[in-house]
Design a protein around this ligand. Structure first.
Ligand code: PLP
Length: 425
C-alpha cells in the first residue's frame, strides 16, 4: 500500500501518459506483458545500461528488453552499422541481397545449422518451424511443455494452450517440464505426432533450466518416435557460443532464434537440418512458402552480422555468462533462508517469492499455490526507488555493459530489502 502510494506520487507524468494512451490503445498498451498496475512507468530514453522515465528518474536497466537488449542501448558498433546501412545501402531493396547471405552464413556457423531462414520475431520463427515440421512429416500434432512460451500465439502457461494459441487442438501439453518419464510417455503415446517443441531453459515460464538428463532424454524420445525435435533457443541462444542446445549435446533437427541477434531490432530465425529445411526450397515442387516483406531488411541483416562478427563473439559470450553465474550466485547467497529463491542460468535470472522459499524448482507446477505476488510486487516497487528497473514478474536479463559496481549495488539493495522486511521475508 505505502509503496504503491509513493509510486503514484512520484510518477505523475507516467500516470498522465497512461491516461492519454488508454484513449487509443486497449489498456494504454501494445505489449500486454508491459502493463503493470496501477499504471506502467513510461520510459523516454535508454543509453548503455541505463533507462530514464518521463518523470526524470534514472534506472539501471535489469529488464534488458526481456533478453533482446543484451547489447545495451545504443551500442557503438550497432549504432554505426545502422547509420551506415541506412545511408549507404538503403532499407529494403525488394530483392535478395548479399547481406542476408552474410548473416545467414554466420548464424549457420555459430548455431550449427545447415540452412536458415529469417523472420521478424521469435513467434514467427516458431510458427514457420512448426509448419515446416508438419510438412516434412505429413503429421499434425506437437508435444510441448507446461510453462512453455514460444511466442504471442504459442504459449502453454498452466498445462494447456493459452486462449489465443493457434491450432490449439494440435498441441499435446506435457504437464511437468523436467519430468522425463512423463515426457517420454506422452511422446510415445501421441498419434499423428509431427514434432516436439521445447525450450532448453523455460524463459517466460520462470527461468527454469532443463536438466541435461531431461533434455537429452526428450531429444532421444523424439528420435525414436521419428518426429522433428525443435529446440526453441529464442531466449537461450545467448547462454553458450553455439546456443544452450549445443552446450547440452542435443543435436536438434530445428532451432529457432531471435531477440538480441538482430542487434535490438525486430528479428527471428529458424533453421536446422538440410533435409527438413528443404521443405522451404522454392526450387522443389510442392515446397512451402515462407514470405515476409521485412524478412531480409538490410538494417537487421547488417546489424545481426555485426552482432555475431564484432560484438557477441564466442569469447564474449562465455565471459558474459560466467559473470552472470557469479552474479546469480551472489543473489542466491543473500536470499538464503528467505522466501526468495533465485533460478536461471548464465546471464538470465528468475526471482521467485514463495510461501516456503522452496529451492526445488524444476517446473512451474513446483511453485503453484505457493507464490507470493504481494512480496514480488513489494520488491519491484522498492527496487524502483533504489534505481533499478526490473520486470514485475521477477525476470532479469543482464546487459553486456552493466558496470560491476551497479551489480554490487543491486546485491546490496536486495540484502537491505530482505533485512528491512525480514518479518515477512
Ligand atoms: N520463444 C521464446 C523462448 C521466447 O522467450 C520468446 C519471447 O519472449 C519467443 C519465442 C517469442 O519471440 P518474439 O517476442 O520475438 O515473438
Amino acid at each position: 500500500g505505502a509503496a504503491e502510494a509513493r509510486l503514484i506520487t512520484n510518477n505523475p507524468l507516467s500516470k498522465a501518459q497512461h491516461d492519454l494512451a488508454v484513449g487509443t490503445l486497449p489498456g494504454g498498451n501494445t505489449r500486454t506483458l508491459l502493463h503493470t498496475s496501477p499504471f506502467p512507468l513510461c520510459m523516454k530514453q535508454g543509453k548503455d545500461a541505463y533507462v530514464w522515465d518521463i518523470d526524470g528518474h534514472k534506472y539501471v536497466d535489469f529488464v534488458g528488453e526481456l533478453s533482446a537488449g543484451l547489447l545495451g542501448h545504443s551500442h557503438p558498433t550497432i549504432h554505426s552499422t545502422l547509420l551506415s546501412t541506412f545511408s549507404d545501402t538503403g532499407l529494403s531493396l525488394g530483392a535478395t541481397t548479399p547481406h542476408e547471405q552474410t548473416f545467414a552464413a554466420l548464424l549457420c556457423d555459430r548455431f550449427r545449422l545447415a540452412r536458415v531462414r529469417m523472420t521478424n520475431s521469435g513467434t514467427e520463427a516458431n510458427l514457420h518451424a512448426l509448419a515446416g515440421a508438419r510438412h516434412f512429416t505429413g503429421r499434425r500434432k506437437v508435444v510441448v511443455f507446461s510453462g512453455g512460451y514460444h511466442g504471442a500465439v504459442l504459449s502453454f502457461p498452466d498445462g494447456k494452450p493459452a486462449a489465443n494459441t493457434v491450432d490449439r487442438q494440435d498441441f499435446v501439453v506435457v504437464s511437468r517440464y523436467n519430468d522425463l518419464s512423463l515426457a517420454r510417455q506422452v511422446i510415445e503415446q501421441t498419434e499423428d505426432l509431427a514434432a516436439v517443441l521445447v525450450e532448453p531453459m523455460q524463459g517466460a515460464g520462470g527461468c527454469i533450466p532443463g536438466t541435461r538428463e531431461f533434455l537429452q532424454g526428450v531429444r532421444q524420445a523424439a528420435r525414436e518416435k521419428g518426429v522433428v525435435f525443435i529446440l526453441d533457443e529464442v531466449m537461450t541462444s545467448r547462454l553458450a557460443p553455439g546456443g544452450l542446445g549445443w552446450e547440452m549435446g542435443l543435436d536438434p533437427d530445428m532451432v529457432t532464434l531471435g531477440k538480441y541477434l538482430g542487434g535490438g531490432l525486430a528479428f527471428g530465425a529458424f533453421g536446422g537440418r538440410e533435409e527438413v529445411m528443404k521443405v522451404y526450397d522454392p526450387r522443389v515442387e510442392g515446397a512451402l512458402a515462407h514470405s515476409g516483406t521485412f524478412n531480409n531488411n538490410t538494417l537487421v541483416m547488417c546489424a545481426g552480422t555485426a552482432v555475431l562478427r564484432e560484438v557477441y563473439t564466442a569469447a564474449v559470450c562465455v565471459a558474459f555468462n560466467e559473470r552472470g553465474e557469479k552474479f546469480r550466485e551472489r543473489l542466491g547467497k543473500v536470499a538464503k533462508s528467505s522466501r526468495l529463491s533465485v533460478t536461471g542460468r548464465g546471464s538470465l535470472i528468475g526471482l521467485h517469492f514463495t510461501e516456503d522459499g522452496t529451492q526445488e524448482i524444476g517446473c512451474g507446477e513446483d511453485l503453484r499455490g505457493k507464490e507470493r505476488p504481494d512480496l514480488r510486487d513489494l520488491f519491484w516497487f522498492e527496487m524502483l526507488e533504489a534505481g533499478f528497473w526490473t520486470t514485475r514478474r521477477g525476470f532479469i536479463a543482464m546487459i553486456l555493459g552493466t558496470p560491476d559496481d551497479e551489480l554490487d549495488r543491486f546485491v546490496d539493495a536486495l540484502g537491505d530489502f530482505l533485512e528491512r522486511y525480514r518479518d515477512i521475508m
